[in-house]
Design a protein around this ligand. Structure first.
Ligand code: C5P
Length: 400
């Protein structure tokens, strides 16, 4: 996206920009400028530490609105800045969101104005984390983010790159233009309002014996991101997920399954109420022909494992007499385009989303190519939450 963000989509939208203490606070000034320029009314709230990196006057000048920093602000008529501010906006974007701020809101703390209004909000909350790579990788930060994602908070970024401390790694805040796209996705019209969307996500696990099994490296990140984007677009979302370490989004119905057969049974139960089926799961192609109840003993002999094919869940759905709108995913290691075109035809899918395994599986980002009757459509590398929003928008236009 270039700097000239479409003014029409932003007119009359009101965004609360929360700035917390981090070097990336300087990028928030540019973000405030671009948003204001595109017609968004930006209300800035800063934490005490943010004010050590950049002055409130900068945001006041760029947005034309007073900047709030204090929970005990006496200039608001009812002395309730935290309620007034969060009631009057369409979304809250925290950029940068520091590790400390993420930890505080993950615990539901309300110890300053910005944390209080996040707790008192009745609008979507978007976080743009920015921090040193070790702070990002710390299990405490990851745990906090997973909690927040589970609560429906949208986390955009960070990305890999050079950091202010001189190190290289995960922790760079997304660029202002990328954040604007994420906000735009959240503030989008409710494109799937009232639609029943069924999503499969994660890997499946096919037991071999009491302790061993066949699975794959799918993390569930993309499927969960698609579920969050569908929720944000107003859909009733049912999520059927294989084993994943992630906290699942707060969907209308969550079904945890282990094997492909269990996923198939869950899909069969749900499919008659489904308008749109998005099959993101990396379903194991084969399962053990016989599962041993006992742990198979090690010997010095060669061991042969007999496998039999799993049912093709998406194939089953797309071959129903009245199938829902079916979207498939294809993870390929090579020859992306040919494989995707063949797979779309074979599975009779109106839309197939293809990606390269090495560029996406397990990662927070992906580059996607969408294949439909109109040809192919590239979604260049971006965080999975942003890709999921684009995909949902695309689906809503294709599904009539
Ligand atoms: O055939 P392939 O596994 O490459 O196709 C990928 C697509 O098919 C994905 O959308 C996946 O969720 C779905 N699939 C399925 N059941 C299977 C295998 C794949 O629904 N057994």
């Amino acid at each position: 996206m270039n700097e000239s963000v479409s003014a029409t989509s932003w007119t009359e939208k009101r965004l609360l920009l929360g700035v917390t203490g981090g070097v990336a606070a300087y990028k928030a000034a540019e973000l405030a400028r671009l948003l204001t320029q595109s017609g968004t009314d930006v209300q800035t709230v800063m934490t005490e530490s943010a004010c050590r990196f950049i002055g409130p006057v900068t945001f006041q000048s760029l947005t034309g609105n007073p900047v709030f920093t204090d929970l005990w602000e006496t200039n608001t008529t009812n002395n309730m800045a935290h309620i007034n501010l969060s009631r009057n906006v369409d979304a809250i974007l925290i950029a940068p969101a520091s590790a400390d701020f993420i930890a505080r809101i993950a615990c539901g703390m309300a110890d300053d104005l910005l944390a209080t209004l996040c707790l008192a909000r009745d609008c979507p909350l978007i976080l743009a984390p920015a921090m040193n790579r070790q702070m990002w990788e710390n299990p405490a930060t990851q745990r906090n983010l997973n909690l927040l994602k589970g609560d429906g908070v949208l986390v955009c970024g960070p990305v890999n790159g050079e950091q202010a401390c001189g190190e290289i790694g995960m922790g760079r805040m997304l660029e202002p233009c990328e954040l604007i796209e994420a906000v735009q996705g959240v503030l989008q019209p409710k494109l799937l309002q009232g639609r029943n969307v069924l999503i499969t996500a994660g890997p499946t696990y096919e037991a071999i014996d009491a302790v061993r099994g066949i699975t794959n490296i799918s993390s569930g990140k993309m499927g969960y991101a698609v579920a969050r984007a569908a929720l944000a677009a107003g859909a009733n979302v049912t999520l059927i997920t294989g084993p994943s370490c992630l906290v699942a989004p707060a969907v209308s119905k969550l079904l945890n399954v282990i094997s492909a057969n269990e996923m198939m049974e869950a899909v069969k139960k749900e499919i008659s109420q489904t308008d749109i089926f998005i099959s993101v799961a990396a379903v194991a192609d084969f399962r053990a022909a016989k599962i041993s109840k006992q742990k198979i003993k090690k010997t010095d002999e060669k061991f042969t494992l007999h496998l039999e094919p799993n049912p093709d869940i998406l194939g089953y759905v797309s071959n129903l007499s009245k199938p829902p709108f079916c979207v498939g995913f294809a993870a390929e290691t090579e020859d992306l385009e040919n494989n995707a075109v063949l797979k779309r035809k074979k599975k009779k899918l109106p839309l197939l989303v293809a990606n390269l395994v090495q560029e996406s599986i397990g990662s927070d980002e992906s580059a996607l190519v969408l294949f439909d009757d109109a040809g192919k459509h590239h979604l260049p590398r971006a965080p999975k939450d942003v890709q999921a929003q684009h995909l949902i928008k695309y689906i809503s236009l294709a599904y009539k």
